[in-house]
Every structure is written in structure tokens, then in C-alpha cells.
Design a binder for this molecule. Sequence first.
Ligand SMILES: Cc1cc2nc3c(=O)[nH]c(=O)nc-3n(C[C@H](O)[C@H](O)[C@H](O)COP(=O)(O)OP(=O)(O)OC[C@H]3O[C@@H](n4cnc5c(N)ncnc54)[C@H](O)[C@@H]3O)c2cc1C
Length: 385
Amino acid sequence: MNSSYRSPWMTDELDMLRTTARRFFEDEVAPRAEKFRRQHHIDRDVWEKAGDLGLLCMSIPEQYGGQGASFAHEVVVMEEQARICDTTFGFIPGALNGPAFFHGTASHEQLQRWMPGIASGRQVLCVCITEPDAGTDVKAMRTTARREGDEYVLNGNKIFITLGQQADLALVAARTGGAGSGAKGISLFMIETAKTPGFKVNKVLDKIGQNALNTAEIFLEDARVPAENLIGGVEGKGFFQLMDVFTRERLSIGIVGIACAERAIELTVEHAKNRKMLGQTLWDFQNTRFTLVECLTDARVGRVFIDQIVKDIVDGKPLQPNDAMMAKWWGSEKQCQIIDRCLQLFGGYGYVCEYPIAQLYMDARVARIYGGSNETLKDVIARGM
Ligand SMILES: Cc1cc2nc3c(=O)[nH]c(=O)nc-3n(C[C@H](O)[C@H](O)[C@H](O)COP(=O)(O)OP(=O)(O)OC[C@H]3O[C@@H](n4cnc5c(N)ncnc54)[C@H](O)[C@@H]3O)c2cc1C
């Protein structure tokens, strides 16, 4: 698509990263995307290749195996993943937010122990917070962690855990306080899944989109972890530690939403100009052009809003939770609306899974639900008005 717009935070160095990331997604992920979707997970060598190229954990400090780069570096990688119309690789949950959750909550010793494996792609991390009766209402969590000598014993049930089936490491939220302890009774633990027989993957859920990412139900049945696996070393801080990191996750969802919408528009313009019907092209109908200009304008408004937030972060300003929540709800709504309007212009082909626009459509829907549902976020934003 012919556009002279360039994000104000882009640099020559980030252009080079974009080239590397684009090549990685085009060579390593896109050709196997269908296979990954069928098997509900990506092959290990893809994680490892990404780690070798330095594409994982870009903003994690170098002392822990990351790149010590800026958030803008991560944005470039997210945008390039959106470009191939596939969330197969799962950068958002698997390579970006999981490590960010861990980095934001763990002690120096814990980061030294586990982060290099995650950053190199040799260890896959999942984050286990949600439970069947505690989704939006995280404070209703029932999973318990009971101290027994030098260990904690975890019991409970986690659901919707991205990468749960593949994970070598699981960052698990559990209640160390009593039943009525609310937010103050929640702590985080690292479980090394292979060494913990009580960590059980009950089933991989069959979803309507994002199928190459396994989303699992996990049972914790007397799962024993050494006491030093208590994240941050202090009980009762888990909920507050998590809330801080959620902010960055929400912004990321908004960023991916706008990037996917932009890609949908590009694909649709190309399709409309080539698709012949009734003695002209689809593009020649005024409705097509009006629709796509409206979509482009919506996407640009989103892009400018997100660019401002990213620029502020790059300039060292703290990310405001409300900004991240607005970016998330608005970006994901626009993602769904724009992709739906674009799909309509593909006619029946838009309904066929092998077309990238269909993948964008199926993968988009969850963005309005996870990371805090859009309704929940509006409710939180309204409290400050
Ligand atoms: C594909 C996928 C991947 C996920 N990955 C993970 C993961 O890796 N780790 C993890 O821990 N969790 C994960 N989740 C869970 C996700 O965060 C939850 O699904 C989400 O928080 C919503 O919780 P819930 O599904 O229990 O819905 P519920 O909490 O039951 O919400 C149902 C409805 O109630 C509405 N609602 C809630 N509060 C309000 C309000 N104040 N006002 C109006 N309406 C409201 C919601 O908007 C929603 O429409 C994932 C979910 C999915 C689908």
C-alpha cells in the first residue's frame, strides 16, 4: 500500500531489525503455519532459531540473556508477525508477555536461573492465572499453595493457559493466604514442569482461532515446588506484581490489533484491484473504495494513538495504565471491525481458511476477550473519570 507515513519512533537500526524479523517470519514460520495449526503447537526449532537471532525477550536486560533493547524493538517484531497474518509463533503470549511477567516479578537470582533459557528459546514459559471460576475476577482465585517444610504444595485448576502443553516453565498464581484473603493472599511460583509430576495438562482446548498456539487446561495435584521458587521471595505480593505487568500486555494487544488491521487493508486493496466482475474490477465500485478508505482512516487514527504511546515509552516516560487499556479495547475493536469489512470484500474466498484474510478474522476475535475483556477495561477506565 502506498503510504508515506512512518512511525515517529522508527530508526535506521529498527529498519534493520524489521528486515531480520520479516525474513524470519517469512522463512521459518509462514511455510509451516498450516502444519502448526493442525498440530496445535509450533516446532521447537522455531523458538530456538528466534532465540539465536535475538528476536526473543528483546527488552529484557542483557545480564539475564535478553537484548537490553527498547520496547520499540519488540513492537517491530510484533508488527512483522502480524504481516504474515499468523499468530503461529505466539510472540505476544509466549515470547513477550510471559517473560515480561517473569521479569517484572522475580528476584535477581530467579532471573539469572531461568531467564537465559527463555530468552534463547530453549525453554518455553506459560503464565497460569485464570481459573474456571476466576477469569475477570482474578481475586476469586482458589488454587492453593501450602507451605510444607522446604516446599510449597500447589492444588487447583487453571484454564485457558497459552502454551500450557508445551511449557517447560509455568509461572503459576496461587493462594498462600486463607480463603478470604482476597488480593493480598495471592503469590506467584515457578514450576519446572518436567520435574513436577503434579503439573498435569488435562486437555488442549479446541479454539475458533489462534490454533497453532496450544491453549490448555492444567490440573495442579499436589504439585511440589522448592520454597525458593516463590517468585520475589515474599508471599502475598502476586496480585500486585501481576497488575503492573498487565499494563504492558494490554498495550501489546492494541499494537497487534492495529498492525493486523493494516495488513488486512493491504491484502484487500490488492485483491480488489485484481478481482474482475461485471466488466470491471472490484476496486472500480465506489462502495469498495469508500469502505477501504474508511478502514484505512480508522487504522491510521489507531496507529497515531499507539505511536504516541510507544514514543513516550522510548522517551523514558512511564506507561499510563489508562492509555494501555484504551489502546487495548479500541485497537482490538477496530481490528475486528476492519478485518470483518475487508473479509466481506473477498466474498466466498474470505470464508476459506487458506486465505490470509480468513486467518486474520479467526485470530482476531479473542483480542476483545483476553488481557482483560474490553468491558472490564472500560469499567476500570471509567473509575478515573
Ligand atoms: C485464547 C486465550 C488465551 C488465554 N491465555 C491465557 C493465559 O495464558 N494465561 C491465563 O492466565 N489466562 C489466559 N486466558 C484467559 C483470559 O485472560 C480470560 O478468558 C479473560 O480474563 C476473561 O475471563 P473469563 O474467560 O473467565 O470470562 P468472564 O470473567 O466470565 O467474563 C464473561 C463476560 O463478563 C463480562 N464482564 C466482566 N466484568 C465486567 C464488568 N465490570 N462490566 C461488564 N461486563 C463485564 C466480560 O466482559 C465478558 O464479556 C486466555 C483466554 C483465551 C480465550
